[in-house]
Ligand binder design. Structure first.
Ligand code: PMP
Ligand code: GLN
Length: 385
């Protein structure tokens, strides 16, 4: 291939390959245990894959309707109402997307304009800021302070202005494992009263929440929900991150704008997977069992590393555990994470990548969506560091 010789004006000059791709690739070449990128090392339910192949074999191989299969949207509406009392109309207020990533991107693309400001809380999941940059808007960062990583609403009040178009929240939170409380939601609701500010609520770990806490979905708070896009992902709930199916909920007026972008962004997403989820959701209650399933893994992992030299952060939700290594090494977190992968054969994610200003708190993120045997193997390594 000849070399492109004209100059490229990058729209994302700060962006390289994501840390998830990098660390998973390093784990593979180093034959290290991969607790870096967040995905299960166990399979999804065979009933779900059977439904997927059944859909393909029965000819469901053409475009789905632009907003998604109505049967699946109906299942989502029912589940959202049962769990959170929020009522979303399947025809006009729910859209099936290519994972939560596309839902997030599309919500921003559809509603945030050049020079608008979008408030994000760092450490933040990595796809928010590039989407904000691509529409020419400006990310306003509020840094959450460890080890609690709680939102200080007074600080939020200080940064919002006429220029603020959107606030992005994420509960349970990646990478810290914190959750927002009902009081947090009420404070946000009050703060945004009488403003035009939209909320994008990333709730992909809605069913992975521990110690008896309930997920405080924006859908529980009608005054907040009326200005919000809520995104979720079947990948997290059904152990199918590779199917890349998620969804977005929003009031009809907002969803109308979302779909204007969605229809030219992807038009519609993988039909057989949507059919499989739709039939699966009709009969399974797996999402309700996920709390216990992952609490067992969280507890097993934490218990088996409690005497290591790492300090454990609290994980109230998500499938991530933060480990502080400040008593072990002074290396920066990227160097340390790479060294652990190469020398100790265990891969994690350095948390500095979740900040815009590289904040090195000497904390690594480990994913515990793994078989028990993998977690015990990981613990053995961690205890030897
Ligand atoms: N938001 C958060 C907080 C995530 O952790 C992830 C992926 N792990 C996503 C969004 C993207 O989800 P999906 O894989 O469905 O695109
Ligand atoms: N969300 C996953 C994580 O936080 C990664 C998804 C991805 O690789 N883009 O690890």
């Amino acid at each position: 291939m000849p070399k492109f010789s004209a100059s490229i004006k990058s729209k994302l000059p700060k962006v390289g390959t994501t840390i998830f791709s990098k660390m998973s690739a390093l784990a593979a070449t180093e034959k290290a245990l991969n607790l870096s990128q967040g995905f299960p090392d166990f399979d999804c339910s065979p009933a779900l894959t059977s439904l997927g192949t059944k859909a393909m074999n029965s000819g469901m191989n053409q475009y789905a309707p632009m907003p998604g299969l109505i049967s699946l949207r109906e299942q989502i509406a029912q589940k959202t109402e049962e769990l959170y009392t929020g009522v979303y109309h399947p025809e006009t207020e729910i859209t099936i997307t290519a994972g939560a990533t596309q839902a997030i991107f599309t919500a921003i693309l559809a509603t945030v304009a050049e020079n608008d400001e979008v408030v994000i809380f760092t450490p933040a999941y990595d796809c928010y800021e590039p989407a904000i940059d691509l529409v020419g808007a400006k990310a306003i960062h509020i840094e959450l302070q460890g080890p609690e990583y709680r939102i200080d609403w007074e600080q939020v009040k200080k940064v919002i202005s006429q220029r603020t178009r959107m606030i992005i929240i994420n509960t349970p939170h990646n990478p810290t494992g914190t959750i927002m409380s009902a009081q947090d939601m009420q404070k946000l609701e009050k703060l945004l009263h009488n403003t035009d500010i939209l909320v994008l609520s990333d709730e992909v770990y809605e069913h992975i929440i521990f110690d008896g806490y309930d997920h405080q979905s924006v859908a529980r708070f009608p005054k907040l929900a009326e200005r919000s896009f809520i995104v979720s992902s079947f990948g997290k709930t059904y152990h199918t991150t590779g199917w890349k199916i998620g969804y977005c909920l929003a009031p009809a007026e907002l969803m109308k704008e979302f779909r204007k972008a969605h229809q030219y962004n992807v038009f519609s997403v993988h039909t057989p997977s949507q059919q499989a989820y739709s039939e699966y959701l009709a009969t399974s209650n797996d999402h309700l069992e996920l709390k216990e399933f992952y609490q067992h893994k969280r507890d097993l992992f934490r218990d088996s590393i409690k005497s290591s030299r790492f300090q454990l952060g609290e994980t109230a939700g998500s499938y991530f555990q933060l480990l502080d290594y400040s008593k072990i090494s002074e290396e920066d977190d990227i160097t340390f994470a790479e060294r652990l992968t190469k020398e100790f054969k265990i891969a994690s994610i350095p948390t500095s990548v979740f900040y815009s200003r590289k904040v090195d708190e000497k904390v690594l993120r480990f994913c515990f969506a793994k078989k028990d045997e993998t977690l015990l193997q990981a613990a053995e390594i961690i205890n030897s560091i």
